[in-house]
Design a protein around this ligand. Structure first.
Ligand code: FAD
Ligand code: SF4
Length: 520
C-alpha cells in the first residue's frame, strides 16, 4: 500500500480531501467500528445506530467504486475495541508509505490516531476539510486581536467572502439579520398540521445494525423503534429537497417556537446528515438561497436558516479548534452539582422537561430551543458541572460530534467559558417556556410562581441563580437590568427561594414521587 486513507464515522464523503489523488491500484482505505466510540460517553441507541448504519452504507459505496477497503465491524471476532488499537494492529502488518486523513471532528480521536501513526514511524498527513466554508486558520485570523468574539461579525465576513445573499456588495434586503421578523409563537391555536418528517425506513444493512445495537448496547439510553434517519447520500439529498420545499418557508417564523407532541416542527433535521458529511454545507446553503431567488421562500426564513449553517456552524467549529484542549475543562460559574439521573430516562414531573427528554430518547433529536431553553437552561440554573452536561449532550443526539456539541453546550448553553461564546448566560423563568409554547397548562407547576409547592422549578432556580451570581451579572451590561430585581426581594423571600432551590438540587422536587418532600 502506498497511501492509507483513514476514514472516520463522521467523514462519509467521497469528495473529501483525503481522497484527493487516490489511486485504486496502490492506495487503500481504512475504516473501523470501535466500541469505545459508543461508550466513552454513554451513547444513546439512536446515536450509535446512525453512525454504524451510515458507515456501513458508505463502505458499500467505496466497494462499489472499486476502492480497496479494510473495514472492521464491531461484531468481528477479535475487534480490539478502540480505533487506536485497530489502527495499530493494521500498521504492524501492512506498512503504508504514508497515512492521510481529512481533519477529524474530535480532539481525542485526532490525538490518539496521530500517536499510533507516529509510533509506527510514519507521519499523519491531516488535510483541510473542504466540507466547511472556512478553515480554522481563517477563524483564528478573524479572532486575533478581538477582545470578545461575536457571531455577527464573523457571519458578515463569510456572507461577503462567499457572496451568499449579497447584491452589489450589500446584503440582499438591506439587512444582515431578520430576527425581528422571525421567532413567532404558534399562539393558543397551535401549529395545526405540520408536514410529516422525511422518514427513511431501515433497509437490510440498517436493520442488521439495529439488531446489533439492541443486543450489544441493550442498557444504553433510548429506543430504536422510530429509527428513520437518512443514512446514505441519496437519502440525505432527498431529506434536503423535502425540507426546502415543505418546511423552509416557515422555518424563520417558527424557529424558536415549541409545541407539545410536535418534535419536528419547521426545522430541517439535517444536522446529522451534515455532520456525518452526507451533505456538504455549501449545497445546503445553496439550496436555501436558490429557493429564495425562485420566490419559494421568504427572505427572513432563507437568511435565518443560512445563518445557522454559514454562521453558527462554522463559528463553533472555529471556537472548538482554537480553544481545545483546555476548553473542555472550563467551568467559569464554578458549577458543582451532578446531572439529575432522570436526564437519562425522562422520568420527571416537569412537563416541558419530560417532553424534551422523552423525545430526545425516542428519536435522538430535539430542536435548538429545546436544547438551549429547556434541557440546557435547567442544568445552567441548577448549577450542574458543565462536563457532565457535555457528556450527556454528546451521548444522546444523533448529530452529536464534539467539535459542534462542546461549544454549544459548555459555551452557549452553560456559560462555562465565561462569555467567549455567548455574550451573557441564557437565563429565563418558566414564563419564557410558557410563552414559547411549552406545556405549562398541563404541568403540575405554575411558571409564574417562584416559591411554594406549585412554584415552577425554573422560576425558583432563575431567582436563585440571580442571587448566587448577582455580582457577575451586575457587571454585564446585558444582564445588569435583570439582576437589579433581586434588590427588591425581602430577606424572607430570598430565604424561601434559596430553600426551595436547594430542595430541587437535592432531588426532592421534580421527580414524579416528590409530592411529600417539598418545602415552601
Ligand atoms: P435546524 O434548526 O434546522 O438548523 C439548521 C442547521 O443549522 C442545523 O442542521 C445545524 O447544522 C445548523 N445549526 C443550527 N444551530 C446551530 C448551532 N448553534 N451550532 C452549530 N450548528 C447549528 N448541533 C449539532 O449539530 N450537534 C450537536 O451536538 C449539537 N449540540 C447542541 C447542544 C446544545 C446545548 C445546544 C443549545 C445546541 C446544540 N446544537 C448541536 C445546535 C442545534 O441545536 C442543532 O444543530 C439543531 O437543533 C439540529 O436540528 P436541525 O437540523 O433540525 O436544525
Ligand atoms: Fe416547565 Fe415550569 Fe412550565 Fe412546568 S410550569 S412546563 S416545569 S416551565
Amino acid at each position: 500500500v502506498r497511501t492509507l486513507v483513514l476514514v472516520l464515522g463522521d467523514q462519509l464523503d467521497m469528495e473529501a480531501t483525503a481522497f484527493d489523488g487516490f489511486d485504486r491500484a496502490q492506495d487503500a482505505v481504512w475504516m473501523a467500528e470501535a466500541a469505545e466510540e459508543s461508550t466513552h460517553v454513554w451513547s444513546s441507541k439512536q446515536r450509535i445506530a446512525i453512525f454504524l448504519a451510515a458507515m456501513r452504507h458508505f463502505a458499500q459505496t467505496l466497494r462499489d467504486a472499486g476502492m480497496p477497503l479494510t473495514y472492521t465491524r464491531l461484531d468481528d471476532a477479535g475487534n480490539r475495541g478502540t480505533l487506536a488499537a485497530e489502527l495499530r494492529a493494521y500498521l504492524s502488518t501492512l506498512t503504508p508509505q504514508r497515512v492521510v486523513m481529512t481533519a477529524p471532528g474530535d480532539w481525542r480521536v485526532w490525538q490518539s490516531l496521530k500517536a499510533v501513526v507516529e509510533n509506527a514511524g510514519l507521519t499523519l498527513e491531516v488535510r483541510e476539510d473542504r466540507h466547511f466554508f472556512t478553515t480554522v486558520r481563517e477563524f483564528a485570523a478573524h479572532a486575533k486581536g478581538r477582545k470578545s468574539l461575536r457571531l455577527e461579525y464573523f457571519y458578515r465576513e463569510l456572507r461577503q467572502r462567499h457572496k451568499v445573499l449579497m447584491q452589489d456588495g450589500a446584503p440582499i434586503g438591506g439587512r444582515w439579520n431578520f430576527d425581528a421578523d422571525n421567532r413567532e409563537t404558534f399562539g393558543p391555536e397551535g401549529p395545526g398540521t405540520v408536514p410529516a418528517r422525511a422518514a427513511f425506513p431501515p433497509d437490510a444493512i440498517t436493520r442488521e445494525v439495529i439488531a446489533l445495537v439492541e443486543s450489544r448496547f441493550a442498557r444504553h439510553p433510548g429506543t430504536l423503534a422510530s429509527f428513520a434517519w437518512p443514512v446514505t447520500r441519496e437519502q440525505a439529498l432527498e431529506a434536503l429537497e423535502r425540507f426546502v420545499e415543505e418546511r423552509l418557508p416557515l422555518f424563520g417564523r417558527y424557529e424558536d417556537a415549541m409545541w407539545p407532541g410536535e418534535p419536528w416542527l419547521y426545522h430541517s433535521h439535517l444536522s446529522a446528515a451534515l455532520n456525518l458529511k452526507l451533505l456538504s454545507a455549501r449545497e445546503v446553503v445553496h439550496a436555501a438561497e436558490l429557493a429564495y431567488h425562485a420566490g419559494r421562500v421568504p427572505l427572513p426564513s432563507a437568511e435565518g436558516f443560512i445563518r445557522q449553517i454559514l454562521g453558527w456552524r462554522e463559528y463553533v467549529r472555529g471556537i472548538y479548534w482554537t480553544q481545545m484542549p483546555g476548553y473542555a475543562d472550563r467551568n467559569a460559574l464554578d458549577a458543582v452539582f451532578d446531572l439529575p439521573a432522570w436526564y437519562w430516562t425522562g422520568d420527571t414531573d416537569m412537563a416541558c422537561l419530560r417532553e424534551a427528554l422523552s423525545q430526545t430518547l425516542q428519536h435522538g433529536y430535539a430542536h435548538h430551543i429545546q436544547r438551549l431553553m429547556v434541557t440546557g437552561l435547567f442544568t445552567l440554573l441548577m448549577g450542574v458541572r458543565p462536563q457532565q452536561v457535555h457528556a450527556w449532550y454528546l451521548a444522546v443526539y444523533v448529530d452529536a460530534v464534539e467539535w459542534v456539541e462542546l461549544p454549544n453546550t459548555l459555551g452557549m448553553s452553560q456559560y462555562g467559558d465565561g462569555g467567549l461564546m455567548a455574550s451573557k448566560p441564557y437565563i429565563a423563568t418558566g414564563k419564557y417556556i410558557e410563552r414559547m409554547g411549552g406545556p405549562c397548562s398541563s404541568c403540575r407547576y405554575d411558571p409564574a410562581r417562584r416559591t411554594g409547592d406549585r412554584a415552577c422549578p425554573y422560576t425558583t432556580l432563575y431567582w436563585d441563580f440571580l442571587m448566587r451570581h448577582e455580582k457577575l451579572l451586575s457587571t454585564n451590561a446585558r444582564t445588569a437590568l435583570q439582576v437589579k430585581n433581586v434588590a427588591r426581594l425581602s430577606p424572607a423571600e430570598r430565604d424561601a427561594i434559596a430553600q426551595r432551590a436547594e430542595a430541587i438540587r437535592q432531588g426532592q422536587v421534580g421527580i414524579p414521587s416528590s409530592d411529600t418532600a417539598e418545602t415552601t
